[in-house]
Design a protein around this ligand. Structure first.
Ligand SMILES: C[S@@+](CC[C@H](N)C(=O)[O-])C[C@H]1O[C@@H](n2cnc3c(N)ncnc32)[C@H](O)[C@@H]1O
Length: 598
């Protein structure tokens, strides 16, 4: 196991420190303010002049660069600077007083305090300074109010002012450093001391930062023996973070003796261990998602999507249904603006598959992503529609509701067991415009054609619904993908052949899967574009990521970007893919015919 980088930032607790809580408001010794307002000493005025001369020199330099210099060495300016110095001194004094007040209580304790406590105390000091300044604002004379007019601005500028003063003082220090300290007020001395302390702290913080950066770059690649050791999941998780960090800045953070390939292998192994995937599927996912997004996808796939239901508008309205369910103690909300029939169920005191409303067919339990292909199909009343792979009938029943039980729906599924669920659902939901059949979809064009619209919600690997069926993580391999994608290509060509290009209202085919693998999505669609007279058109879905036009070494038709991808980590719904075709010719070209079904 390699050394671990610490990427987490130290959390600094906010709020008052334990000691600070005991402290009352800071007080000011009487007369100090008055003393501060006395005329400056001769020595101080000399220093002010010196600084002004220095500033003038600088200004002159700037002037040569085209900048306007406004300051001139007049008696007025000297007075202004002197006044400014007095104001600054007063500010500094107040600040120092406040700090001293706190420091005197904290002094002993501070030495042993942790960093976070120090930050706490500083925070408290700052807050108390503010409160006190506010108090001062309320009680001070007009003159003083002017001085503290803009406390916020002051706080921001103070650092800069101090720096400027420091620079000036540093410059002065060469000639009068020794008698400077003698000349200083006690508060100025204390202020100097505090500044020194602050500088030391700053230096320490910088060193700490530097150490952390070094630590980050010293993740050492584990040896064979270390890898063979049984590691706990926490260590694996840490190593995943470490390796992703190294890969994100490979040039700088890598071990020069290790290749990117080795790091990727290490990462894949750890991801498989941590999320319980097989190597094959993890490899596929690593090819689809950038590493940071991959983690989000894997995390989201561990979490169940929210339960959603679709109102059966053949029997009720969503508002009425929601009211009835709320009365039964169901906590719900509309899914989103994009659907007028969906409700998300947060909690329920009754099983959602056994309420009187469910049994009466007022709704169906359906994942939000399953609404999308039917919305893309956009069926119209009185049309002839084919749902090629329909069981258990969720999407077929949605189509029936949209066309208000008019026209006709052929709900087909090769699986005779599963088709029984379609019959049951249609009875419950009150669907009366359907013909239920059990053909192999690939053979359907030889049985019936000329549909206005065809939906092919194809059988797939289910890599988009891992949270529903975690077995997908381990039981899919290359052969499964190949088998699926071959079947999908054949079914899609058959679906296109079943559609009527001359339909007045349609000639539309929608292809969908609950897989995120390009092999089952863009690849299949691209294949159909080459084999049939169809083109991709916008799905009409207002959200979703664009389909891929390239994937690894493969290049797809540019119109593939009209297809839509949906992800659990982005859209909080199952992973899904939707493509919408328009068929513009019923001709199956001879050379293309060889590619179709026998
Ligand atoms: C993703 S499910 C369909 C879900 C359905 N559209 C719904 O919304 O309830 C895929 C279906 O395709 C069916 N299927 C698999 N191979 C088929 C084939 N060659 N012809 C027709 N249906 C097939 C499966 O039995 C399965 O029910």
């Amino acid at each position: 196991m390699g050394r671990k980088a610490k990427f987490d930032e130290t959390t600094v607790s906010s709020g008052r420190g334990r000691k600070a809580k005991k402290q009352g408001d800071p007080t000011f010794p009487k007369g100090v303010l008055v003393k501060e307002e006395k005329e400056l000493s001769h020595r101080q005025r000399q220093r002010a002049r010196k600084r002004l001369l220095k500033k003038q020199k600088l200004n002159k330099l700037e002037k040569t660069k085209g900048k306007k210099v406004e300051d001139t060495l007049t008696e007025d300016n000297v007075k202004n600077v002197t006044k400014q110095l007095k104001t600054n001194k007063k500010r500094k004094f107040l600040k120092k007083q406040l700090e001293n007040n706190n420091l005197s209580h904290e002094d002993d304790q501070m030495q042993f305090d942790s960093d976070s406590n120090k930050s706490d105390n500083r925070e408290v000091m700052r807050n108390e300074q503010k409160i006190t300044k506010k108090k001062l604002l309320n009680s001070d004379t007009e003159d003083e109010i002017d001085n503290y007019d803009d406390i916020e601005e002051y706080e921001q500028n103070e650092e800069m002012d101090n720096e400027e003063m420091d620079q000036n003082e540093d410059a002065d220090s060469s000639d009068d450093d020794v008698d400077n300290d003698v000349d200083l007020f006690p508060i100025e001395k204390a202020n100097k001391k505090l500044k020194k302390k602050q500088e030391e702290e700053q230096k320490l913080a910088e060193e700490e930062m530097h150490d952390m950066t070094l630590q980050q770059s010293v993740f050492t690649f584990p040896t064979e023996e270390e890898l063979a050791e049984v590691t706990n999941l926490k260590d694996v998780q840490q190593r995943i973070k470490d390796v992703i960090m190294v890969l994100s800045d490979f040039k700088r953070l890598r071990d020069v003796n290790r290749s990117r390939y080795e790091y990727m292998n290490l990462l894949r192994g750890d991801l498989c261990t941590y999320y319980s995937y097989n190597n094959f599927l993890m490899e596929k996912l690593m090819q689809i998602f950038p590493l940071d997004e991959l983690l989000e996808f894997l995390e989201a796939s561990e979490v169940q999507r929210p339960m959603t239901i679709r109102t059966n508008t053949l029997k009720t309205r969503r508002r009425d249904l929601a009211e009835a369910l709320i009365n039964r103690g169901v906590n719900l909300d509309p899914i989103g603006k994009w659907t007028k029939v969906g409700l998300v169920i947060y909690s329920s005191q009754v099983p959602m598959g056994a309420t009187p409303e469910y049994l009466a067919g007022h709704y169906i339990l359906q994942g939000a992503s399953s609404f999308l292909p039917v919305m893309a199909l956009d069926p119209k009343e009185n049309e002839k529609i084919l749902d090629m792979c329909a069981a258990p009938g969720g999407k077929s029943s949605h189509i029936a509701a949209l066309i208000k039980n008019t026209g006709v729906i052929f709900s087909n599924d090769v699986n005779e067991e599963r088709i029984k669920a379609v019959v049951g659902n249609f009875h419950r939901l009150g669907i009366v415009n359907s013909i239920i059949c059990t053909y192999d979809g690939r053979k359907l064009p030889s049985v019936i054609k000329s549909f206005d619209r065809v939906l092919l919600d194809a059988p797939c690997t289910g890599t988009g619904v891992v949270s529903k069926d975690p077995s997908v993580k381990t039981n899919k391999d290359e052969v499964d993908i190949q088998r699926c994608c071959t079947l999908q290509k054949e079914l899609l060509l058959a679906a296109i052949d079943c559609a009527n290009a001359r339909s007045e209202s349609g000639g539309i085919i929608v292809y969908s899967t609950c897989s995120v693998l390009p092999e089952e999505n863009e690849w299949v669609v691209d294949h159909a574009l080459k084999k049939r007279d169809v083109k991709l058109i916008p799905t009409g879905l207002e959200f979703g990521a664009e389909g891929f036009t390239s994937y690894r070494q493969y290049r797809f038709h540019p119109s593939l970007k009209l297809t839509k991808r949906f992800y659990p980590h982005v859209h909080n719904m199952d992973g899904f893919f939707v493509a919408k075709f328009k068929k513009f010719s019923n001709i199956v070209h001879k050379n293309k015919e060889e590619e179709t079904l026998n």
